[in-house]
Design a protein around this ligand. Structure first.
Ligand SMILES: [Zn+2]
Length: 399
């Protein structure tokens, strides 16, 4: 529970910028408003493009999964207190299904329906999975901890000799992504075998050493978080702080020698034998909701222009400039600039202040002078000066 009053709390920012809200009757679920959903999709699609460039394919698995499958994968025993069961009223007395708490078992259902060859490995399959976890009502916290989160999940199916190289590439991927969003204070943890776990000591030892070798190879500083691994294998976690200095787990890279065997996923190796691939489970953002919370708190809502839901606001000085402002807004829209027109009957000073409060990256003021010169008077967020730019120059600046 939060008691501190905090200007940079993402919940305050989300309300002021009209990004999202919550339903008090259902703890931990998010309602994304138009601007919030635009931002959400811009961030998601940007990662999706990078994944595609990096050789991932994307799938989407069903949100309802059978408890039988989760028993087979081992998730049921290790996770059942966090499951949301589904069915009609009668079925709920003895539920057969639940909302998926993670995407791996579903992903394996796709992978295991084909025979793969070692030549295809590593196979990288991504999913922006909507997953459900029954978090304690008291622990639910804005976007930081929700009960229905969007995990940027992916599974890399590979051979043992590919593990180290793949993990090293993933560490770079995470660091590069965080730096693009300006996250600097990143803490890395290596979590080892928990009490509740599956697999032999030998396999765990091998997996933990594999992750250590990759971290040491990259000269990454990390702390050991003993006993906090996933039940199927050890993991590397990336932690970032919120505006109150609390540390949150974001990205994760997990090594797994068990689940492919449990769900009968195979490939044919060099010698023609049917064997189980190693699985690397990884998420770069972790939860998109949590990532967005940290992003809003670290920027105070002043998002980089590329993911700002409204990139520019155009303000006609008076009634007679409105028509021209509409034309300019229409032209900029065809150039894929997300622009809004403020044609309220308010003073320019007031309109500028409101656009600033909405953290809009660019404010365009339009009056006689601008109509005559054909240039736009642009105020860049955080600066008091006006820049005079042609439409082309402005488009260039936004992109
Ligand atoms: Zn997974």
């Amino acid at each position: 529970m939060e008691t501190e009053s905090n200007q940079n709390d993402h919940k305050t920012i989300g309300r002021e910028l009209a990004l999202f809200s919550f339903d008090e009757q259902v703890p931990g679920v998010v309602y994304w408003w138009p601007k919030g959903w635009t931002m959400f999709n811009l961030i998601k699609n940007d990662l999706a493009k990078q994944l595609a460039d990096d050789g991932y394919v994307e799938i989407n698995t069903a949100r309802i999964i059978s408890t039988e499958t989760l028993k087979q994968s081992g998730h049921f025993d290790n996770y059942h207190e966090k499951l949301f069961f589904v069915g009609n009223e009668k079925e709920l007395e003895k539920p057969k299904w639940c909302l998926k708490p993670m995407s791996c078992p579903g992903g394996l259902k796709i992978f295991s329906q084909e025979i793969h060859s070692y030549k295809e490995l590593p196979i990288k399959i991504a999913e922006f999975g909507s997953v459900y976890r029954y978090e304690q009502a008291g622990e639910v916290n804005g976007l930081l901890r929700v009960r229905n989160l969007t995990q940027d999940d992916a599974h890399i199916y590979c051979e043992e000799n590919q593990i180290e190289g793949e993990i090293e590439k993933l560490i770079d991927f995470v660091n590069e992504t965080y730096l693009r969003y300006g996250f600097k204070d990143i803490r890395v943890e290596l979590s080892t075998r928990p009490e509740k776990s599956i697999g032999s000591d030998e396999v765990w030892g091998k997996a933990e050493n594999g992750l250590k070798k990759a971290l040491d190879g990259k000269k990454i500083e990390y702390t050991i978080n003993a006993g906090d691994g996933a039940f199927y294998g050890p993991k590397i976690d990336f932690h970032v702080k919120d505006s109150l200095g609390r540390s949150w787990q974001m990205g994760t890279i997990q090594l797994d020698f068990a689940m492919a065997e449990r769900l009968d996923a195979n490939y044919i190796d060099r010698d023609g034998n049917k064997v189980h691939p190693v699985m690397i489970h990884r998420a770069i953002f972790g939860s998109l909701e949590r990532f967005i919370a940290i992003l809003l708190e670290s920027t105070g809502g002043a998002l980089p222009a590329w993911c700002a839901p409204v990139q520019a606001m155009i303000l006609p000085i008076s009634e007679k400039h409105v028509e021209h402002a509409q034309k300019i807004a229409a032209e900029l829209k065809t150039q894929n600039i997300r622009i809004q027109l403020d044609d309220r009957n308010e003073s320019v000073g007031r309109k500028i202040r409101d656009a600033e409060l909405q953290k809009v990256p660019f404010i365009i003021v339009l009056g006689d002078k601008e109509i005559e010169s054909g240039k736009l008077a642009v105020r860049v967020r955080g600066s008091r000066d006006l820049e005079n730019l042609s439409i082309e120059e402005f488009v260039e600046k936004v992109k």
